[in-house]
Design a protein around this ligand. Structure first.
Ligand code: SAH
Length: 217
């Protein structure tokens, strides 16, 4: 039987791995230490919660690899006053990490099942500054406003202009960009006035971003 609780050794190795792979932002490392990843994975995979791998969740989706979560978070350069949009709530793990580092997090998910579950876990953890919204990252409701930071956690063939338009001046967006059946390039975009400066960070592999709210649960 998988052990229900992570051991101190597992948690130590988890932190050590993030540091060895180059994560150095202390606030990001602290957030990764404070959020219990075991609550976001399926009970069958709880024993693997502190391994540095992506794991399957409901609706055929995945919770990202911890290193990638930490890296994307670090590259987002968050400040405590920021309002952040996440596209692709999935398990809610990344949203919980963001919630420790920003003022407000809006997280969009196209599967109702995932959105409902993530809301429950985030509430249990007291992440009261996260709003999980059932919706489509290709068509972000106007009422949600604009954001200082945007993180997309599903692969997009191109970053839609409509999403870039939701960035505040000086804002940063990070997204895996590329084909859905291959690796993608993690891309960081900084808004400078009306210009969008792009930088390619590293190859990653994410589940695809799909248009529209899912018709199945
Ligand atoms: N950040 C998540 C993992 C994301 S997996 C975590 O920490 O667990 C990618 C998620 O993006 C999936 O749950 C998928 O359903 C969702 N998704 C895909 N396309 C989307 C879209 N257009 N709008 C909102 N969510 C989307």
């Amino acid at each position: 039987m998988p052990s229900p609780q992570p051991t101190p050794h597992e948690k130590m190795m988890f932190q050590l791995n993030l540091r060895q792979r180059g994560i150095s932002d202390q606030a990001v490392l602290k957030a990764m230490e404070d959020v219990p990843r075991e609550l976001f994975v399926t009970s069958a995979e709880r024993a693997y919660a502190y391994r540095d791998t992506a794991l399957g969740i409901a609706c055929g989706q995945t919770i990202s690899q911890p290193f990638v979560v930490a890296y994307m978070t670090e590259q987002l350069d968050l400040h405590p006053e920021h309002r952040v949009l996440e596209v692709g709530t999935g398990s809610g793990y990344q949203a919980a990490i963001l919630s420790k580092l920003a003022r407000e997090v809006v997280s969009l998910e196209r599967f109702r099942t995932l959105a409902d579950r993530a809301r429950l876990v985030l509430a249990e953890l007291g992440c009261s500054n996260v709003d999980v919204v059932l919706g489509d990252g290709f068509d972000v409701p106007e009422t949600l406003g604009t954001f200082d930071r945007i993180m997309v956690t599903a692969a997009m063939e191109e970053i839609p202009d409509a999403l870039l338009a939701r960035l505040e001046p000086g804002g940063v967006l990070i997204a895996p960009v590329g084909p859905m059946d291959d690796t993608q390039m993690l891309t960081r975009v900084v808004r400078n006035g009306d210009a969008f400066d792009r930088q390619e960070l590293m190859a990653v592999r994410f589940v695809p971003a799909l248009q529209g709210v899912a018709r199945e649960l």
